[in-house]
Each structure stands twice: as C-alpha cells, then as structure tokens.
Design a protein around this ligand. Structure first.
Ligand code: ATP
Ligand code: MG
Length: 555
C-alpha cells in the first residue's frame, strides 16, 4: 500500500480544495453518502463514507446520508435501520441531513413532465426486450423507437395515466430523447421511469411509477445542493447522462460528479448482491456473521471503527482499481487493539496439568496487570491452584529441535505464576496424553528464581478449579482463493471456504472474562484478540476471534 496516496491528500481533496478556494467559502461544500437499502453496508461503503463525511468535516461542509431508494422490489425497512446503525457506529454524524431519494418523488415527477413538455422525453411502449434489442451495440448505432416522435400531448396523457395506475408493469416506460447513435450507450434514450405496482418501504402505495437511478441521482444531488458527487468508477460512463439531466432540467444547482476506484479485498466479495446470495444460501449465519466483510460482521467480530477508518485512510482514494490484501486490514485491527485491549488468559485446546507438590486444598490469588505496557489500565486477579489447564500445543512428549515449551523433564515458566517441571505424561488406552504431572518451585512465585535459572518457555494457563468454560470460534478467510469473482467467472460459490469457521467447544478462560462487555476486544495472551459474541451469555460463553496475534504468513 506504500504507493497509494494518503486519503486527505487525494486527487479529490485537491479538487475540492481548489473549488473552495479559501476557507471563507468553505461552508459551501456539500457531499452525500447514498446507499441503496437493499443490503447491509460493507467495508467498501466505509471507504465511501470516510471520503464523503471526511470531506464535509475537513471543509466545514455538510454530508447527507441519502437512501437511494428507487427500486421498491429489493429494498426493505430493515436495511434502512441497519445502515443508519452502521453509519453511526463508524462515527459519522449526518445530523438532520438524513434524506431519501423517495422524499423527492413529487419534484422528480414534475421534472419528468418538464422534459416531456420540452420535447426531451417520451413514453415508449416497446417491451423491455425490444428496447434492449434496439439499443445497438458498442460498434453499431441503436434504432429509434417507433414511439420516439409521439406528440407532447400524447406523452403527457400517457405518462399521467402511467402514474394513475392504468397500465401493467412493463407496458410503457418514459425515456429521455437524447441520441440513439451516441457512442456512449447510456445516452441512447435511457429509461427515466418504469411502472412497478409495488409498495415502497418509504412511500407505501402512493406511487406505481418509479424513477430510475440515473434520473434520480443527479436531481437529488441538485436538490440537496451537493457540490461534489463522489462515486465509484463504474459510473464514469454515466457522467455524460448525469450532466445531460442537470443541463436539461431547471435544477437549482449543478453538482459535479467525480469518480474513484472501489475498494476490494482479497478472499472475499464486496457487493451486496453477492453477499445476499451468501446469506440466502446459508454459507454464513447472516449479514453480521463475523466472516462477512460487512460492518455489522466486523463489529460482531470485535473490530473497532477506529481501525476501519485507519485502514480506509491508508488505502487512500485513487482512480486505480485496487485489490487490497486482507492482511492489511488485519494489521490495522491489531495495531488498534494492541493499545487498548486488556490482556487475559485462556486455553483453547486444554490439557490438564496436576502439580503434585502443590496442596490440593490450597489456592492463591495473583494480582497481575491488565496491560503489561500500560499500568494505567490497572490490575486483575487470577487464581492459581494445583490443577491447571495449559494448551496442548505447548507440550511435546518428544520435543523437536526448536520446541522450547513443556516436555518431560523440562522446566518452563507459567506466566505470572511459578516455574513448573514436567515429571510425566499420563495416557489413556489409545495412547493419547490426557494429563501431565508436574512439580512447581515455590521460590519462583511471580516468574523468577533466586538462582536466576533460565527457562526458554513461558506458557499461558488457567486454574482448572476456577476456569470458565467457553466455545471459541476461530475464523479463516471466507473464500479459498484471493479473487473468487475473477477466478470463477461468476460461480463464486464453488470457492466458499468450508473451513472458514472452526468451533472450539471446550475452551477454558480466566474468570474475569465473564465481566467483559459484549463486543469489547481483549487479548488472550499468546493467541490473539477475541471478544464475546453478541449472543454470548454467562451460561453460554461464546468468543469470537477478532484477529490472531500475528500475521500467520509472517510466522
Ligand atoms: P453494491 O454492489 O455493494 O450494492 P453499490 O455501489 O450498488 O454497491 P450502494 O448502496 O449504491 O452500493 O453504495 C453507496 C455508496 O457506496 C455509493 O456511492 C457507492 O459508490 C459506494 N460504494 C459501494 N461499494 C463500494 C466499494 N467497494 N468501494 C468504495 N465505495 C463503494
Ligand atoms: Mg447500487
């Protein structure tokens, strides 16, 4: 990412800075973030939010949260609520600048009539198929619709009757009269309105004609006084239409559209349509499944908005298509949590250790720091007793050359507690190790000895008598390939990673984790960052792995 520009100095910031001139005029900057309420927001939307709300903040302007709700078939009130929650969670405030494209349906209808009256729009009665067939190709011109020269009065009459509900879906559309031979396909008499006998999540049954995005968007921008309409590159070819609409309707202002590249991340998909199919096909447990690139998924996984904003800032705003490595996002999450997450101990694959020379009737409380690097974060108490859990990966009966943790006859340090030496491993009938027998050095309390004996390994552990039991969910990438769309040419479902969720049923945790607030990340020492899942309860503790301690590729 080193070659990408810092966002606050992106080419868009430079354009806005030039347009604003001096800070006296700074109030005039207006941007908007216009999600369609047909799914949950993903991290690509976060990039757009950071840009739009960020520009407004930087230039003392305003950013609207506008629901681009022109397609009642796919939109839902439930998505509207989730989008608002996500925008707020990201830390962006839209104040009273919350709008819907559908708030403007009356005005848009008036402007459609204005176009008809000026001979710039007509009602076309071709079927959708015939319209498509007569559009021509990139190499050949389209053909004029036989309805193109309809008289203005006839167009007025038909359009009003379309609105009145007289006609079936698809029987007529309103089209702009531009140029069927234009090299830009978007200018070949694009559809402005279509009939949809369908209730709308915001306007109910008031309308049965709905404006198209390309008609609605520039006009909504103009109504809101948007100065810089920032959108993703796929709208570059729509810009001439955006400008045509603004130039041919008596709008109060002339916003300018500027395009930037979409964010895409490897090992995932970033489009609501594809994410919807993952949800509908139950490849994930819902929009907020912690494996999803959605903001609600990331929140449930324990990411904080700070790290997402840092990530967007580092990715920057350019016109270059970019596929960013997942590890770049995870690095931001780790950097953020390293500072603020309290440290805890937990064992994910528990192996029982009995300390033979520690009295079974004894137990002690050890006061240990919440963050070794930050005394201001205070202390907590952990319990020690003669039976503890350690991670089974921290023991090897026949240690390999670079294994410095526990093995028979070897001494290691228990983090914050004592030195222990393994005496023997107990096995079951199948030869599996079920328990370790150890002895501890009472002189080594707190992790050091009088004779300054050196040990190579320090293990995390939990007192078995005090431990909480929990389910721990470990997450891997959602897909088995970095580019599930490119590689599969559409059939991306084939590359869904069947091992993206590993559920550890028998984890053991130190008791203080019970007091953790849902969603707040903590570090399980030597393992990674975790948080309590949104459905976790004290009877049924469930942890989500937020991110491993280190990038596994660097291990
Ligand atoms: P999707 O394919 O996910 O539905 P979209 O562009 O149709 O994407 P909208 O709800 O229309 O989704 O998007 C709202 C805003 O967020 C738009 O301005 C859009 O350009 C921007 N946006 C969407 N996806 C990305 C992305 N991956 N990177 C940057 N901006 C994005
Ligand atoms: Mg869209």
């Amino acid at each position: 990412m080193s070659d990408t520009k810092h966002q606050t100095n992106s080419f868009i910031h430079q354009i806005v800075r030039k347009d604003v001139g001096d800070r006296e005029n700074a109030k005039s900057v207006v941007t908007r973030f216009p999600p369609e309420p047909n799914g949950y927001l993903h991290i690509g939307h976060a990039k757009s939010m950071c840009l739009n709300f960020g520009i407004a903040r930087e230039f003392d302007g305003v950013c609207f949260l506008r629901f681009d709700d022109t397609n009642p078939c796919k939109e839902d009130e439930h998505y509207v609520a989730s989008i608002k929650a996500d925008v707020e969670w990201m830390g962006f405030s839209y104040g009273n600048h919350l709008t819907h494209a559908s708030d403007y349906f009356d005005q848009l209808y008036e402007w459609a009539i204005e176009l008809i009256k000026n001979g710039k729009a007509y009602v076309c009665s071709l079927s959708a198929e015939d319209i498509r067939a007569s559009r021509g190709t990139l190499k050949t011109a389209g053909q004029n619709s036989p309805y193109r020269e309809r008289a203005i009065e006839e167009n007025m009459d038909l359009f009003e009757r379309m609105r009145g509900g007289e006609f079936a879906n698809g029987s007529h559309v309103l089209r702009a009269k531009i140029d069927m031979a234009s090299p830009n396909m978007n200018l070949r008499d694009p559809t402005l309105y279509r009939i949809r006998h369908q209730n709308h999540q915001n306007t109910g049954n008031r309308w049965c004609v709905y404006p198209m995005y390309d008609f609605t968007h520039p006009l909504s921008d103009a109504i809101e006084g948007v100065t810089h309409s920032l959108c993703t590159l796929e709208f570059e070819d729509h810009r001439p239409l955006y400008d045509w609409i603004l130039n041919n309707v008596s709008v109060p202002c002339q916003p300018q559209q500027i395009e930037f590249s979409r964010l895409s991340l490897d090992y995932t998909v970033m489009s609501k349509r594809l994410l919807t199919s993952l949800v509908e096909n139950q490849c994930v447990a819902g929009w907020d499944d912690p494996r999803m690139p959605t903001l609600s998924g990331m929140r449930r996984r324990g990411y904080r908005p700070e790290s997402i904003r840092t990530f967007c800032d580092r990715v920057g705003i350019t016109k270059k298509e970019q596929k960013i490595e997942l590890s770049a996002l995870e690095a931001c999450v780790r950097e953020d949590l390293e500072q603020i997450a309290v440290r805890r101990m937990g064992v994910i694959k528990p192996l029982k250790v009995v300390i033979e020379n520690y009295s079974a009737d004894d137990c002690e409380e050890l006061t240990v720091p919440n963050h070794p690097g930050n005394p201001k974060m205070g202390n907590r108490i952990i319990n020690f007793s003669n039976e503890i859990w350690i991670d089974s990966d921290d023991f090897m009966e026949h240690p390999s050359k670079n294994f410095f943790r526990l093995s028979p006859g070897r001494e290691v340090r228990l983090r914050y507690a004592y030195y222990i030496t393994c005496i023997r491993a107990i096995k079951n009938d199948s030869g599996e190790i079920t328990e370790l027998r150890c002895r501890y050095d009472p002189e080594s309390r707190g992790g050091g000895t009088k004779d300054n004996r050196k040990v190579r390994g320090t293990l995390h552990w939990v007192s078995a008598k005090h431990a909480l039991s929990a389910v721990v969910r470990l997450y891997g990438p959602l897909f088995t390939t970095p580019d599930p769309i490119g590689e599969t040419k559409g059939d991306f479902m084939k590359f869904v990673n069947a091992d993206s969720l590993k559920t550890m049923q028998n984890a053991k945790l130190e008791t203080s984790i019970e007091e953790t607030i849902i969603g707040d990340a903590f570090q399980l020492e030597r393992i990674g960052y975790f948080c309590l899942d949104s459905k976790s309860s004290s009877e049924n503790l469930v942890l989500n792995q937020t991110v491993a301690l280190r990038d596994s590729k660097r291990d």
